[in-house]
Design a protein around this ligand. Structure first.
Ligand code: MG
Length: 100
């Protein structure tokens, strides 16, 4: 079924590229953990998972997502303050435009 022609050709050359990939995967892991907690709060998990769930853990998972996203941004050379500031400004402008 899969062969040499269908095999992806991923080539990571530099330590910086490897760091970005690692942090991207880590961010996905952390988002998954937060999703797990949200599902637990909404009682959409299996009983066994709900029994072990501690609501306080959600705070840590939110922090993990934000911290990991910031670490990824730094690795990717993104100025987080500027990126968030610019985006918030854009959202505000869109809101005002739609309101009037
Ligand atoms: Mg976590």
């Amino acid at each position: 079924m899969l062969n040499e022609k269908t095999k992806p050709q991923y080539k990571l050359y530099t330590p910086a590229e490897k760091e970005i990939l690692t942090k991207t995967v880590k961010l996905n892991e952390e988002v998954g953990e937060l999703c797990n907690d949200i599902l637990s709060i909404l009682k959409l998990q299996r009983r066994a998972k709900l029994e072990n769930f501690d609501k306080r853990n959600m705070y840590e998972e939110f922090a993990d997502v934000i911290i990991t996203a910031m670490q990824l941004a730094i690795a990717a050379g993104v100025d987080v303050e500027r990126a968030v500031g610019d985006k918030l400004k854009k959202i505000e402008e869109r809101y005002l435009k739609e309101k009037h």
